[in-house]
Design a protein around this ligand. Structure first.
Ligand code: FEO
Length: 171
């Protein structure tokens, strides 16, 4: 049985993952409107991944005999700035998600809640990868500066991002 406090903390994380998905969908719309289809595609893939993350929490809470309580999601901004600003915002967001995952993990360690620790381990690793991937794009956008050729090259490259393996296959 899932302790009530853990159940609530996991529901909060489920909300944050859906909020992340919604934010990335907003960024995808922004890039689509800016005729940067590669950036837009990358953000759509990111949206799909975040939804998969949220559903992992849904499954885990349910499996542990907890109760999923869905929360509201704030609308993302209607307007964003340059591609660099969008990805900097994304990096900041992923750092927040990492902090929240670590706090959850710390709570599970204190409570000697081994199933929750094992479940969260996947997310600890995933956040290392997410931050690294977004940091790399931020670095490349900084290098590109205002050079439109470099920007269009990166747009083309990001268009090739493929969908992640189904959540079940990710462990
Ligand atoms: Fe599910 Fe990007 O954190």
């Amino acid at each position: 049985m899932l302790p009530q406090a853990t159940n609530e903390a996991l529901n909060d994380q489920l909300q944050l993952e859906f909020a992340s998905a919604y934010q990335y969908l907003g960024m995808a719309a922004h890039f689509a409107a800016a005729s940067l289809p590669g950036f837009s595609h990358w953000m759509r893939m990111q949206h799909d991944e975040e939804q998969a993350h949220a559903l992992k929490f849904f499954e885990f809470i349910t499996q542990r005999g907890g109760r999923v309580a869905l929360q509201g999601i704030e609308a993302p901004p209607a307007e964003y700035g340059s591609p660099l600003e969008v990805f900097e915002r994304s990096l900041e967001h992923e750092r927040l998600v990492t902090e929240r995952i670590h706090a959850l993990y710390g709570r599970a360690v204190e409570a000697r809640d081994y199933p929750t620790q094992t479940f969260l381990q996947w997310f600890v690793n995933e956040q290392v990868e997410e931050e690294s991937t977004v940091q790399e794009i931020v670095d490349r956008l900084r290098l590109a500066g205002g050079n439109s050729t470099a920007l269009l090259f990166l747009d083309r490259e990001l268009a090739s991002r493929s969908a992640a393996a189904p959540a079940a296959a990710q462990g």
